[in-house]
Design a protein around this ligand. Structure first.
Ligand code: DAT
Ligand code: MG
Length: 159
């Protein structure tokens, strides 16, 4: 594994699917130079929602969160690249879209905390990325390949 190979879990939430923002989200991550290595268009059931948001079980907003994330299809994805987890979080912006900086995905496409368009693994929670990837994907659903532009993204790769 080189430092380019960090993987992170990302999800276009039900509001993103309903609002036609899936392409925009994919496009932003893709354009940054991050590499899509897994994707699954799916409906999250209650059990998976509880597992995915286990850290929030005791929060007052937990039931609403589960209702929302199970309310329609999502696009679950794995993205790979240098510092991928933290860089995706920076591109997402703050949890509350009302506070997220313009230019970030939440800051450009959301207004309400409960419908904030995108999920990305927490870079401050070590292992969260691998845990979430494992929860949503089997290893054989992730694809290893070289993207043609990698030497033009990473300066330490030969042209
Ligand atoms: P993030 O999605 O930025 O990692 P989180 O893990 O703290 O944020 O919370 C998970 C989701 O729960 C978040 O995307 C939106 C919702 N949420 C968080 N805090 C909330 C609150 N105080 N009231 C309502 N929903 C909240
Ligand atoms: Mg979180």
């Amino acid at each position: 594994m080189s430092h380019h190979d960090e993987r992170t879990f990302v999800m276009a939430k039900p509001d993103a699917v309903q609002r036609g923002l899936v392409g925009e989200i994919v496009s932003r991550l893709e354009g940054r130079g991050l590499k899509l290595v897994g994707a699954k268009f799916m409906q999250i059931d209650e059990e998976l929602a509880h597992e995915h948001y286990a850290e929030h079980t005791d929060k007052p907003f937990f039931d609403d969160l589960v209702d929302f994330i199970t309310s329609g299809p999502v696009l679950a994805m794995v993205w790979q690249g240098a510092d991928a987890t933290r860089q995706v979080r920076r591109m997402m912006g703050a949890t509350d879209p009302a506070e997220a900086a313009p230019g970030t995905i939440r800051g450009d496409y959301g207004l309400d905390l409960g419908q904030n368009v995108i999920h990305g693994s927490d870079h401050e929670d070590p292992g969260a990325n691998e845990r979430e990837i494992e929860l949503f994907f089997d290893e054989d659903e992730l694809v290893e390949y070289t993207r043609a532009d990698e030497p033009w993204v990473y300066e330490d790769e030969d042209h």
